[in-house]
Design a protein. Structure first.
Lengths: 410, 410
């Protein structure tokens, strides 16, 4: 598809600078404040958590993105600024307006994001005090600093950039992301009806119309981030935001063209990479698992089954223990709410068919143990009912996940 | 309400005998085969898992209970006889028919239950070979032996009996149960449309009409077992079965009478006790937790919120760590799918109001830590929207839960 991975992350596309520093929120004294800025105003859009408890940054970004325009994103980690009352909203607005003032851009052109503990007042003075230095540090090679400053329990930074051609012009898409726990995103456009804390910020120098930007983002997110579950807990702060500044000077990408499809596939590739990185970095996880469902009565049913298996604690404990206990997969499929006939169900662990005709297909224990001993495991369920398909990506549930999350705040 | 707890468990009511022994299924060599028999045929009914993958015992009992009659229940532990193909059904039928033959009762009057690993062929020969001895050991004080023989990962046996008066006659209800993992029951009558492995067998000497028996069972289960979640995983084998032999010789209990309500409350009390015992014995659990929801737009919405909080891995890790992280409670309420306005939401940890007006109510960390340090914790969410109410009972998610379930089979 003509996609090439390039260096530079979120600052790989033309006209973007980024920075990240420690402003005093995290007890660990790691970086906790990030800024991404385009030289010129961008076409912009986003998708947001469908949790009914939403952080003030989510609510404010939906307002700010109504006009399809933005130029900067300011992000703090270590505090979610969620369930913090009216003052929480005031604090998010202050983050945006103070950043706008220093950058000399419009308040509504600044987006805000927060991630961390819910319910604690945001230390807004520390943030405001650090903004001038944050702006001073803006850099054409600032992606890594920003990518580091948005992390919470993540162990590794997550960034990528890809390049492809639109006509004779080279176009780039760059992104950074965070997310290792409270990951079960179901994000929808601000205008839509539908939930994670994962954050992803995307920049592109492509010239692209707002309708293409919006539909490409929504479709790419539905195939990637919205098909990831680490722990089944949907956050109040999830968002993916895209800025497109047009500085690549390509012929503007319009709907229903090969270029629009290419742009969407570029986003999908970027999101697929970042969502895999999130799972590889998931709290306590030791395994990367893909659950594929085929033959469902509908795509919706396939999604129900894939989600049910990918969020089953018993299945995920079996993964951690490298125990090929497929009975737990069958049980989770059975309670998903999807149409299912156990006599037609087939289950594959890796390439090994283990369930057929309502019962097991006898395989050597050694062969199945080998599949579950891997770090990268693929499960396929064929329901034998129709042509519905879906895929979910997840990880195992480990004693370390419990340890990390029973001691997270105290 | 005139209910008195009495000794004797499932054999406390008149006319019942029970037994339990080791027949060779469990590697641990613990008891794995149980039998409960009434002297005379009983009015009988049951509720069963709504998992679409159902063990053969579930399917067969629904058939056998169509005529509202049964006289015996034969139960094995250590093997679920689920997803074991046609031969699995043959094996369950053989369990019933061989038991019937030895007891001299009709095949359809014998119910069957299995619990344990999914997908492994049932060692039916061992079971059949042990049946004569199982029948020989039937005893008026056999409740404990039967209660022990139905256990899997449970550490303690679960039995109870209560007594109350119907007119001048004393009537008794006795029950035994098992369940410590794969517990998220949603059971409905065989005739109904709706899911655990938990097993519960109930005997009564009350004379009661089948409609009263059926509605009392369904209502009592909906208020108790169907409001319990240990790990969110619904089993393929859950069932509650009631036998009523009428030997108390009370005036038969008919619908819409104070006696019918009393009978239902007796079942509720028995099930409430047994469901609490299941949670106290839950795999790895260190805490018993009640999640109460009030003020929801509807009872259904209240149930959604209570279930969402009670099954949130992050909330349950916080419970294990004794960390009063109410943000995770708010987030889980927000993604439940219920109507919710964060500005109207109130959250109480024990008696401490911690969330109001969209933000925290400042309380001393010591006070909140005290609440979460308890072994018995009550959480209340008031949504402030209507009069919908619901309650769920659950436990914490511990490192031991993960250890137990990553090593269960291997």
């Amino acid at each position: 598809m003509g996609l090439k991975t390039v260096k530079g992350g979120i600052t790989a596309p033309l006209g973007y600078r980024a920075s990240g520093l420690y402003c005093g929120i995290k007890q660990s004294k790691r970086k906790d404040l990030a800024l991404i800025v385009s030289e010129v105003p961008c076409d912009a859009t986003g998708v947001f958590t469908t949790n009914k408890v939403q952080a003030s940054c989510v609510v404010i970004n939906k307002e700010h993105l109504k006009n399809g325009r933005a130029q900067a994103v300011v992000v703090n980690s270590g505090n979610a600024n969620c369930m913090t009352g009216e003052s929480g909203f005031d604090n998010s607005r202050t983050m945006a307006s103070q950043t706008a003032r220093i950058l000399g851009v419009r308040r509504k052109d600044v987006l805000v994001a927060s991630t961390g503990v819910i319910g604690k007042p945001l230390p807004i003075r520390k943030i405001v005090a650090a903004l001038p230095e944050l702006v001073r540090q803006l850099d054409r090679r600032g992606s890594e600093a920003a990518a580091t400053a948005i992390l919470t329990t993540d162990k590794r930074l997550k960034e990528i950039a890809v390049e492809f051609r639109v006509g004779r012009r080279k176009v780039r898409v760059g992104a950074i992301a965070k997310g290792a726990g409270m990951i079960h995103p179901q994000m929808v456009p601000a205008t839509g009806p539908k939930h994670a804390t994962m954050l992803c910020f995307v920049t592109t120098d492509a010239a692209v119309t707002l309708p293409v930007l919006r539909s490409a983002l929504e479709r790419a997110v539905n195939k990637t981030f919205n098909r990831v579950s680490i722990d089944g807990d949907m956050s109040t702060n999830d968002m993916v935001v895209v800025l497109a500044n047009g500085l690549a000077c390509n012929t503007r990408i319009v709907e229903r063209t090969p270029e629009a499809r290419l742009f969407q596939r570029a986003l999908e590739a970027v999101f697929a990479y970042l969502s895999k990185q999130m799972i590889l970095d998931a709290e306590g996880a030791t395994k990367f698992v893909e659950v594929e469902v085929r033959g469902a009565a509908s795509d919706e049913d396939a999604t129900r089954v894939a989600r049910s298996v990918a969020t089953s604690n018993l299945f995920k404990c079996a993964l951690f223990g490298s125990d090929p206990n497929w009975g737990r997969i069958a049980a989770a499929a059975g309670y998903s709410g999807a149409q299912l006939d156990p006599w037609k169900l087939q289950i594959f662990l890796g390439k090994e068919l283990v369930v057929k005709n309502g019962g097991r297909v006898k395989k050597s224990a050694a062969a199945l143990n080998r599949v579950f001993a891997r770090k990268d495991i693929r499960i396929l369920l064929d329901l034998g009912l129709g042509s519905g398909r879906a895929e979910y990506r997840t990880c195992d549930l480990s004693t370390n996940y419990v340890r990390i999350n029973s001691a997270y705040r105290t």
